[in-house]
Design a protein around this ligand. Structure first.
Ligand code: ADP
Length: 599
């Protein structure tokens, strides 16, 4: 990204606040004019006092007048400066803060519209994405201030001081002018040298955040295996690279900084020598006061240019972070696609024909899938872990699109369905990650934000979690994340009851429930299947046998499909899984135990 492009990209975010920009600019310009006052006053004062001291008729009254005028001018200027610089800083920061707010909101709203494939790409892991967004917003909003508030006044200030120098004496002006390109050349060299390192730094920072996030997410695993040291060491490698990069950056920066100060000092020395020489040869208009005057003016030329370095650095940072940031804002191809089909009534029959699907990272998850999933019954997916069961649900929910084949709902291709409408009509209960930071009530209401408290209570009753919620001190206002895994799962099921959709997908809905709860939920699911399409992924043998239709999957393929008992009689994967489950449950022994009690 170039500077011009960066400017063009930022402008739409600044446009709403253009008045703020104008006000601040005017204030800053006035301040930079006032910065010249000291030099002018000093020049006049030295000369006036010099003249007074050397005149034959020295009068205290004249000296007093000079001092009074100086005091009034300088103090007046300072008072005005305080007021103006407050206003200028406040409005400048206000601009930065407001633009930063808009940038953040824009990127968040954008990211929310992206399809799942975006989030499963390696580059977009949560920690990395978060850093890219944070850094992007930060460096872009600083750039806004640099661009629109700081840059122009700095230039004006430098040019003004330069004009004053030229008008005082052309040679002095030329010396100052000659120093500037040398200074800029050094600044430019420094920036090019640092560019690659800065880019690496961005990558390191993203990886580091991701690493920290991973540690925090699995802290209990790390502790239970006593792997603190190993995890620490893993971070050290990255940390070392980061440190090396930072040190190198500093080394280069400080070397160049030294060089720049040196060049600036040479300028000052040249100006002193030149002015002193001109005074000595009695050059017209040259007085001792001019030595100070020229040095101060040169300071006014070089100070803003020194500041320019900081801006240059910030902008270089922004260019690098802006690439990542605007890539997100520009990712229109990442947006979820939607059709327009919104029927009045949903029957709920899914037909999957010859579907192949590969995840964005290259994992081939499904091959040649054919299914006919009908309403009014429970269809269960059976298969070993990794067989592709959840992936099919991902496709039915339009989280991903198949690369080959087609999926239709009620005879209409899923691609033609309005995606939001479709999801409004699907209830999804996942194994994990289904509870948000918020109260139990808020979490259940997620299923239908306009529902009443009574509806929430009723939904909890159906999900067999009401009693437990009511026994909590804060009842429905308890933080949902504090609940146990099984309770959370039932909150998710209550949410489903509240949503009351015609299509229901349950991915191991009873995985973290105890036996009693599993039994209860099984009954509720049996009760809701009427007039609905229910798909259950389960390892729970009783749930599988209870279903009306099963598909047995293995390695991304459908191996068998049919009524559970028939499929069992065919043998194959399904029989293997059911037999293994029965053995693991020790069903024969259990049956004996129960029978012996009845005798
Ligand atoms: P199941 O639900 O039967 O346990 P999945 O549908 O979750 O199986 O996974 C099928 C295959 O797809 C596995 O090999 C898994 O590693 C892979 N997979 C699942 N989710 C993703 C993802 N988001 N990105 C890449 N690969 C994935």
């Amino acid at each position: 990204m170039t500077l011009v492009k960066l400017f063009k990209r930022i402008w739409p975010f600044v446009h709403p606040y253009r008045w703020l920009v104008i006000i601040t600019l005017v204030l800053t310009l006035v301040t930079s004019f006032m910065a010249q006052v000291n030099a002018v006053v000093l020049d006049r004062t030295v000369d006036a006092i010099n003249a007074l001291v050397h005149s034959e008729s020295f009068e205290w009254s004249r000296a007093a007048r000079i001092l009074t005028i100086i005091s009034i001018v300088l103090l007046g200027k300072e008072v005005l400066s305080v007021v103006l610089s407050f206003a200028q800083k406040y409005y400048g920061d206000r601009l930065r803060i407001l633009v930063s707010k808009d940038l953040s909101q824009a990127v968040i709203e954008k990211v929310l519209t992206f399809k799942m494939a975006f989030f499963s790409a390696d580059d977009n892991e949560p920690g990395k994405l978060q850093t890219r967004i944070d850094r992007g917003v930060e460096s872009l909003s600083i750039t806004v201030k640099n661009f629109f508030i700081d840059l122009l006044p700095m230039f004006t200030s430098a040019v003004l001081a330069l004009v004053l120098m030229f008008s005082a004496n052309i040679y002095v002006g030329l010396v100052a002018l000659a120093i500037i390109p040398v200074y800029f050349f050094i600044v430019y060299r420094q920036a090019t040298k640092l560019k690659g390192w800065r880019r690496d730094m961005r990558r390191f920072r993203e990886s580091k955040s991701h690493g920290i996030m991973n540690i925090l997410e699995s802290i209990n695993v790390i502790k239970s295996f006593n792997r603190e040291k190993i995890e620490g060491r893993k971070q050290l490698d990255l940390q070392d690279k980061l440190t090396e990069n930072q040190l190198q950056t500093r080394r280069v920066s400080f070397t160049f900084d030294g060089l720049k100060t040196f060049v600036e000092q040479i300028g000052t020395v040249l100006i002193i020598i030149l002015t002193a020489y001109l005074v000595l040869i009695d050059y017209p208009g040259m007085t001792i006061g001019k030595i100070m005057y020229h040095v101060m003016l040169f300071g006014n030329v070089s100070a803003p240019i020194r500041q320019l370095q900081r801006i240059f650095d910030d902008i270089n940072d922004a260019i690098i972070y802006a690439e990542g940031f605007f890539d997100i804002l520009d990712s229109d191809d990442q947006q979820e696609r939607s059709g327009t089909y919104r029927p009045d009534h949903i029957e709920g029959r899914f037909v999957i024909s010859d579907v192949d699907f590969t995840y964005p990272n290259g994992n081939k998850a499904l091959t040649g899938i054919n299914m006919d999933i009908r309403p009014g019954r429970i269809t269960s997916f059976v298969g070993l872990s990794g067989a592709g069961k959840s992936t099919i649900i991902n496709l039915l929910d339009k989280f991903y699109e198949p690369q080959k084949g087609s999926i239709s709902l009620d005879g209409v291709d899923l691609l033609e369905w309005d995606t939001r409408f479709l999801r409004d009509n699907i209830g999804l209960v996942l194994q994990k990650n289904h509870i948000f930071d918020g109260t139990i009530e808020e979490n259940i209401l997620y299923g239908n934000p306009s529902a009443s408290h009574e509806d929430v209570v009723e939904a909890s009753r159906k999900a067999f979690v009401l009693e437990q919620i009511e026994s909590l001190p804060d009842k429905f206002q308890t933080k949902a994340l504090l609940l146990s895994g099984g309770q959370q799962q039932r909150i998710a099921i209550a949410r489903l009851f509240l949503k009351n959709p015609p299509i229901i997908f349950l991915d191991e809905p009873t995985a973290s429930l105890d036996a009693v709860a599993t039994e209860q939920i099984r009954n509720s699911i049996e009760a809701i299947k009427k007039n609905r399409t229910v798909i259950v992924i389960s390892h729970n043998i009783s749930q599988i046998i209870d279903s009306d239709y099963v598909y047995a999957l293995s390695n991304g393929k459908v191996e068998q499909g049919g009524v559970p008992d028939e499929v069992y009689r065919q043998g194959g994967v399904y029989k293997e899984i059911i037999d293994a489950s029965a053995r693991s449950l020790n069903i024969e022994k259990i049956a004996e135990t129960i029978a012996s009690d009845r005798k």
